[in-house]
Design a protein around this ligand. Structure first.
Ligand SMILES: [Zn+2]
Length: 239
């Protein structure tokens, strides 16, 4: 049976190991990656929406240009009609020329208006695409929000466990032998968080090397709370 002082240090070590695991779980929780992926999806959809808005803007600008051109042609035709029917032009040669020009303008205006119609159809298509994208984004956002809630829940559960472990660590440390506790603290990093080993059947269960009979004999003669280390690996040894 190990001395109470060493048993206490073993308890501190167990809680410290638990704390290390909990902090690792907190930092590397799998839901963090899921949330990050969902964030990327939302960001990508936002970019898609921006680019579709750019495309729509360009198309509408081109459509507007055609609309203006058609209006200009219509104005010109009105002017020609005024001349044709206003009575100022009477020579039949001039009237014919005006009629030709009016017909040419009408053809041109029809062409421009047809092209404008094509642009309007494309704009309608884009509006449909945009609405579908907006739906996708809205779904992705609510999925993200759900994933964030789940992550927060998981993390606050871990926070509570960490807090409880820290409290019990503090209580255990307060009752521990200060010299052993200090030695334990110094050795922790060096031994990956497990600087205390047990002596089992003459072997250190940290490095699994059998100690010399003389070393074991010397150890048994020391007082219960003496600082005893494995001669092979340097861990604190619980006898
Ligand atoms: Zn050892």
């Amino acid at each position: 049976m190990a001395s109470p002082a060493y048993e206490q240090i073993l308890k501190v070590q167990a809680v410290d190991l638990q704390l290390t695991q909990l902090r690792h779980q907190h930092e590397h929780h799998p839901a963090r990656r899921t949330v990050a992926e969902a964030e990327q999806t939302v960001a990508a959809l936002a970019l898609d929406l921006l680019s579709i808005d750019d495309r729509r803007h360009e198309l509408d600008r081109d459509r507007k240009r055609l609309e203006d051109e058609a209006a200009l042609l219509a104005d010109k035709r009105t002017g020609i009609d005024r001349k044709l029917y206003g009575g100022e032009v009477t020579a039949s040669k001039d009237l014919l020329a005006l009629q030709d020009e009016a017909a040419m303008l009408k053809t041109r205006q029809d062409e421009v208006e047809d092209r404008e119609l094509e642009f309007m159809e494309q704009l309608e298509e884009i509006d449909g695409e945009r609405a579908a994208l907006e739906d996708q984004r809205s779904n992705a956002e609510s999925e993200l929000s759900g994933l964030r809630d789940r992550l927060d829940e998981a993390l606050s559960g871990l926070d509570a466990e960490i807090e409880a472990a820290e409290a019990s660590r503090a209580a255990l440390a307060a009752d521990a032998d200060p010299v052993l506790l200090a030695r334990y603290g110094e050795l922790r990093d060096q031994y990956g968080g497990v600087p205390v080993a047990r002596l089992v059947n003459g072997a250190c269960d940290g490095c699994h090397i059998h100690l010399s009979a003389m070393a074991v004999d010397q150890m048994t003669k020391l007082p219960d709370d003496a600082v005893v280390t494995c001669e092979e690996c340097g861990r604190l040894l619980v006898r």
